[in-house]
Ligand binder design. Sequence first.
Ligand SMILES: [Zn+2]
Length: 117
Amino acid sequence: MIRTSCHCGAVGFEIETAPSEVTDCNCSICRRYGVLWAYYSPTLVRRVEGGPTETYEWNNHAIAFHRCRACGCVTHWSSNDPTRDRMGINARLMEPDVLAAARVRRLDGAVSERYVD
Ligand SMILES: [Zn+2]
């Protein structure tokens, strides 16, 4: 079991398993956020600190990017399709040793949507 927390602690998750890999995506939004995504089924993720988030959507509005309303950390993205069994957790909000143990994969989300490592 691992935990994530934004800087102020208002938004946090408990997750069943540490990520074996995280994704560094170069698309227009991810490169600006500077996040590393760990993808999970929402059924494996539990919101333990339920502070308010603000969201941002663009393009086809398929997913919403959440940030803590107090400290501004990007915490996760959620799908606007409730049947989609996938969400993204910002692995930068995990403990450093958890993140250090994960392989960082480079995703060319800007062009090919393929991993390029
Ligand atoms: Zn916060």
